[in-house]
Design a protein around this ligand. Sequence first.
Ligand code: AGP
Length: 605
Amino acid sequence: MCGIFAYTGAKEAGNLLLEGLVSLEYRGYDSAGIYTPESGVVKTPGAVGALRKKMPKKYEGKSGIAHLRWATHGEPTEVNAHPHTGSGEIWVVHNGIIENFKELKGVLEKKGHTFASKSDTEVLAHLIEEHMKKEKNFEKATLKALNQVRGTYGVAVQYKGEPEKLIAGRMGSPIVLGIGKNENFIASDPSPILKHTKKVVFLNDGEMAVLTPKSHTIYKLTKELVKRAPEELDWSPEEAQKGGYEHFMLKEIMEGPEVIENTLRGRLIPEKGMAKLGGLESVTKELAKIERIIIVACGTAYYAGLVGEYMLEEFAGIPVEVELASEFRYRHPVLNQRTAVLAISQSGETADTLEAIREGKRKGALTLGIVNAVGSTIARETDAGVYNHAGPEMSVASTKALVSQLTALTLLTIFLGRQRGMSAKTGKEIAKELKALPKKLAAILSGKEAIEKLAKKYSGARDFLFIGRKYNFPIALEGAIKLKEISYIHAEGYGAGEMKHGPIAMIDENFPTFALAPKDSVYDKMLSNIEQLKARKGPVIALANEGDKEIGKLADDVVYVPKTLEMLSPILNVVPLQLFAYYFAREKGLDVDRPRNLAKSVTVE
Ligand code: AGP
């Protein structure tokens, strides 16, 4: 996610804005920029340190806008960095994705606008300048422009001709105003504001605010005035970075619905049951000829790959193998031009996954990536790929990235399936249910207190078994890794069909099991697994679909989740397990975000 910070008041804006950007670096960055009407614009790849170095000694201005970019479109270069302008009159910093920027750009080019970058944000600056020609009024021109934009934005806008004035706008990406004494602020989150003032106003979607040093006025995009009193935030800057949550992990779990929306944004054509994946356009023809896919990944990303195997084979009809990247690179895999090697990696820097991709390339395979970090090594070294758009994941335990990886794999399944035997009807069904997932996930998250209670009840356990079948077998594995990596207890994930082949010997009253039993094609088998566990006095927590009357008679505890398509159920079912692991570790007083012995990105072998 990009970071926005803007100021208008009596202090020197340059240094104040740079300091504010430092507190936003946790949001991820690959380039930075600043603008004041007095001293103009400075932009650079890299972080705040690189920007500070590039700024002239004398950089003046009592107002300005600044930005840290987490690239979603266009490489992290100076020209793509924010702030963006049209002719130097209007300057914009933006967090989000303007979906109709190409359409708007075409209209503006016909009116004589020329563009310096490929950025969607630059289009907004030109659009406001175009409206200024007629409206001759900064607020009106900005209001008109924002009403034409489709997609998501959190913006701060400045006009050279009225240096004291700032305009903020919010649609889908958070924007908060800081209300100080004869000074006002705009930011993506409160962290850069709190050292100046604790009085803040959070904008809602579809609102715009006009700020001067002594005033702030909020309008709806429909022009009605909004009256909203500032609230006092007693957060520390670190708490502000966590959005008021105790840990990044909980914040990132709670971002799940928005992450699904951002991964899907602009990539579904529901009326055709198709997926549009810009990052694969260059290899569409090769993909149509692919006869086999090998997915390579590590840890949680590997479990995402296991789910991908089920959906790609069932719905795209392509043979898939999923390999631990750390094994694949030492095997002698038989690959050829008809094989695609697909890397899944949140960081895009995992050494084993990177080497696995290089091995695939050496053997002439088409290499693809599903990566969250734009411009990362894996993203750059694969032939093509799909960015997650999940925003930076700070907690070592991967949560929202997995939700995004599963969503991206579903898009890939539709994309490849519709190149092969998948009917438009099936594509439409999947697309329709994908769009319903954010609401269903929000419903699960609204019941997080019940999972917190459950974690407390079982927090004395020294061992835990997670079992599932088919699409939920990988989710059982994921539930186990989530619990073990942040609570340090012994936790194992198993295919439920394997119980009789060994694991059931471990079961007694001190060895609880989390059994994933949604109403799907293997539900009855899961019921008998639960009976076998109960017969050995093993405590059982069942994950089941709402309305299931059977399961409560068997299991000791039940976590209910909304029903969805079997292939999409992992996206919902994994989240209660993430919450369970989080509350379990928190109950034990452990450092949830930075568990011992682990790094966020394993860039060494
Ligand atoms: C997940 O909770 C772990 N922290 C770890 O297994 C992680 O998924 C693995 O290291 C892969 O990382 P990547 O997705 O950045 O490649």
